[in-house]
Design a protein around this ligand. Sequence first.
Ligand code: PMV
Length: 359
Amino acid sequence: MDTSQFISKPLDNLVENTRFTWQTPSNIALVKYWGKSNPQIPKNASISFTLKNCHTITTIDFQKKEKTDRVVFDLLFEGEKKEEFKPKIADFFLRIQEYCPYILEYNMRINSENSFPHSSGIASSASGLSAIAMCLMSLEKQLNTNLSDAFVIKKASFLARLGSGSASRSIEGPLVVWGNHPLIKGSSDLFGVQFPFKLHSVFENYQDTILLVDKGEKQVSSTIGHNLMHNHPFAENRFKQANENLSKITTILQEGDQKAFVNLVESEALTLHAMMLTSNPYFILMKPNTLEIINKIWAYREANNSAICFTLDAGANVHVLYPESEKLAVVAFIEKELSLFCQNNQFINDHVGLGALKH
Ligand code: PMV
C-alpha cells in the first residue's frame, strides 16, 4: 500500500504561532469494522452514517520551538488538564510523526470538549481523533498552501485512522466507506471516502437516537476487542460476510429498500456482539435493558408498520435509527417507553451530518 503520498515534504518558513479549531462528529457504523491488522488496516470494509449533534470541538495552539525527537503537547479536556488521556494521544502522535514531521517543531496545546456527556458510553475516540487530525491538516495547509482541499480531507482521514480506525469515517458525511471494496470506487484501507452513489430520499437526514443504557467505562476496549478476532473460529467468515453486506447495502441505500435496510443493519449489530460472545475470552456487552429495548423496538415496528431499527456499538447503548418522516411518532415512543430502560432516562436525539466543521 502506497503511503508515501502522505509524507509531508520538508517545510521551511514554519510560522511562529498559530491556532485552529475544528468540530468533528461521531459516527455510527451500519456495516461494522471489527478486526484489524497492523497498522490499523481493517479486515473488512465498513460504512457509517456521520452524526451531527454528538461531536468534539478541539482547538490546538501551535507554538514554534526547537526541533526535538519527541512530540511535546499539553492536553486539556473541558478546560482541565487530563493526564490520563495523554498516553493514547502520545501514541497517536508517535504513529503519525513520519507523515507530519513538522509537529516535532511545535509545542501543542490541545483543548477539547465533547457535546455529549463524559462517560456516557458514547465512544469519543472517533470524534476526538478526527478533530486533532483536522487541526494538524490546517497547520500543514498553512505551511504548504499548494495542498488541495481534497488532499487535506484525505490525509486527515488517513491520520485519524492511525489513532482510531473508525475515526477515519468522521471527517466527511453523510455516509462514509472505509476499507477497500470492489463496488466503491476509490475506496481504501488507508482512509475513508464518501459513499459515491446517490442516496434514495428515504435515507436522507436519517435520525439516530442514542439510548444511554450503560454509562460506565467500556467493558472491553476496542484494542482488546479487535485482538479477539485473531484466531477467532468465525473470523474469516465474518470478514467475508461484512464485505458482502457492504455490497448489499450499496444497492439498498440507492433503491430505498427500508425492509432490507432494517434486516441488514440489525443483523450487523447482532453479529458484532456474536463475535464477542464467541471469542475467548468471551464477553456479553449487552445489558438486560439492551434486550428489553430491542424487543420493544421490534414490537413497535410490527404494530406500526414502521422502518425503525436498532444498531449497537461494542457496548450496551442502543442506537435507534429511523427515517425523518417518522420522527414525531418515534420520539414520542422513545420518551414514553424506551427512556425507562436508560440510565436516568437519558437519551440523545441525533441525525445524520456532513462531517468536519471549521470554527
Ligand atoms: O475505531 P475503533 O478501533 O474504536 O473500533 C470501533 C469499532 C466499532 O465501533 C464497534 C464498529 C465500527 O465500525 O465503528
